[in-house]
Design a protein around this ligand. Structure first.
Ligand code: IMP
Length: 206
């Protein structure tokens, strides 16, 4: 079964490829290989809405089964911010490092209330069938300063108390055992295996 990954984020794609390397039934197709792939504005107010929006529009354009992920960081003391705005928090042009510094500045007054979580919602849009969702969270805290240079985005300021490391101090294999995306991808894999094994019409059409 061919599955189009609706993302241009190289780090996300690497994490997905790593996670799907042991599943023979699924051939991952990159969005780069699709001509005139539509750019989808993330106008939804939840991760679920945004994930579905991306998967649906790209599936309707290509006729393919599509997997998309919408993810972000929710900080308790900041009432869930940056949330669905994680990718553009503080303005479209801020680098990941600048976004991290902005968060640390906003968190300065919350010296003890540092709870945060990464959220990932994966949408699987299967033409002629249905949309499926796989969701997961990873609990942690906002560190006092950035540490580590692996991963991407908010990884350097996302501290995992049980591991005594930030997400950016984990190797990809370590991150891929515990992260929000890793756990959501495991769930998505199970859904996909069910689709491949149980729906002969689907296999015939694609
Ligand atoms: P999306 O492409 O709209 O899902 O953007 C998600 C944004 O959330 C990314 O640009 C990052 O800023 C942040 N994010 C999502 N997942 C992770 C992660 O695993 N590590 C660090 N930051 C993440």
């Amino acid at each position: 079964m061919k599955l189009l990954i609706a993302s241009n984020n190289k780090n996300k794609i690497l994490e997905i490829e790593n996670k799907f390397s042991d599943i023979e039934e699924i051939e991952l197709i990159s969005l780069n290989s699709i001509k005139d792939a539509p750019h989808v504005e993330e106008t939804g107010s939840t991760f679920e809405e945004n994930a579905l929006l991306k998967a649906k529009i790209i599936s309707e354009h290509t006729g393919m089964a599509v997997m998309s992920d919408d993810s972000g960081l929710e900080i308790k003391a900041l009432k869930g911010k940056p949330g669905v705005y994680s990718a553009r928090y503080g303005g479209e042009n801020l680098s990941d490092h600048e976004k991290n510094l902005l968060i640390l500045k906003e968190m300065k007054k919350f010296t003890t209330k540092r709870k945060a979580r990464f959220v990932c919602v994966i949408a699987l849009y299967i033409p002629g069938d249905a949309a499926y969702f796989a969701e997961a969270i990873c609990e942690g805290e906002i560190s006092a300063e950035p540490a580590g240079n692996m991963g991407f985005g908010y990884d350097p300021i996302f501290y995992l108390p049980p591991l005594k490391k930030t997400m950016a101090q984990l190797t990809m294999d370590e991150k891929n055992r515990i992260s929000h995306r890793a756990i959501a991808l495991e769930k998505a894999k199970k859904i996909l295996k069910g689709i491949v094994n149980g729906q002969s019409n689907f296999k015939k059409d694609h």
